[in-house]
Design a protein around this ligand. Sequence first.
Ligand code: PLP
Length: 398
Amino acid sequence: MSTEAEWSGRFGESLMKSMGTPQALLTRGEGCYVWDASGKQYLDFLAGIAVNSLGHAHPVFVDAVSRQAAALAHVSNYFTTTPQLELAERLKRITGAGPEGRVYFGNSGAEANEAAFKLARLNRAGGDRHRMLALHDSFHGRTMGALALTGKPSLRDAFEPMPPGVEHIDSTIEALERSIDSSVAALILEPIKGEAGVLDLPDGFLVRARELTEEHGVLLILDEIQTGAGRTGSWFAYEQFGIRPDAVTMAKGMGGGFPIGALVTFGWASELFQRGMHGSTFGGNPLATATANAVLAEIETAGLVQNAAVRGAQITQIIRDLDSPHVADVRGRGLLIGVGLANPNAAAIAAAALDSGLIVNAANDSSIRIAPPLIVGDDELRVFGERFGAALGAVPVV
Ligand code: PLP
């Protein structure tokens, strides 16, 4: 058995310092639970940051990976495969992009947003469109293009200069109206800002963004990397706002733990990329696409999109019923939930939760993010209530 001193020493000596110190060494998972090297069990209400849609070691996931690995794992993009075709057709259907929709496969969220950034550069309709708009406090990934779009200077500063042309604006309708004109190529935004602590946009914001982008020939690109694949109680969050984007990026939950990302274009946006303009060695390989197909099919047939809506409302109620002085508000949709805290002690609460056998995330100083697998049921909700209540009770209100 590996002790904390042993594995954290090995981690420090061999892993790049770019990420923080890990909280535990995990050895296995099943359903909504994971276990560490000492045998301690945790209820996983983070799901690998909104990734493990079917929880851990789900038979559908295991079977899809095993079968496809035994048949054909990788072929390069000189060839296509049936899983790739099926997944592209499935994504066109569940996004509502329809027959005109087109799909590009990458391997992560950042790669999906890199493709979206390149798509935006191709929007030259009506002349010189040199501007790209994104929101303050947004998160779009850590590669240079995705980082340039990310509205957190603290993440960008060390890596300046960024690819040019990106402007960050406030999440207000006034800022949209002031900034959008025919010099803008694209507006990219998250329908709910996940990394910022699960922050909802103001009422009417997305509808106004759609109106203005349409009026001025600007691409509306929605980053649904965290909110997509059923997590918010619909396949994609934009459905709940009654709009259709020109492009949507997705990753995380669509692969259920297998790395995959995608950009799906709608309507005229599907005409922008021409042959040879973008690609990836691994993107869309049969192993990743067969797994994502199986995960999305299970989400559909097991009614997990509806489960996300129902369980999300129940978890929100459980948190409110705990009646803790720490909790100022509960935000988000479906199974992407943000707990706004009265004081900046999210790190202490997340640490106390871990002690009591519950994984949640301190998205920032005063927000706890909760994003369980979409399969959560009554038992998991009961255990969550007990362990989250214990964690809140263990931290002094200061
Ligand atoms: N966009 C959003 C909204 C995200 O939440 C994330 C990851 O947290 C990303 C992009 C980047 O995805 P990845 O870490 O897979 O590159």
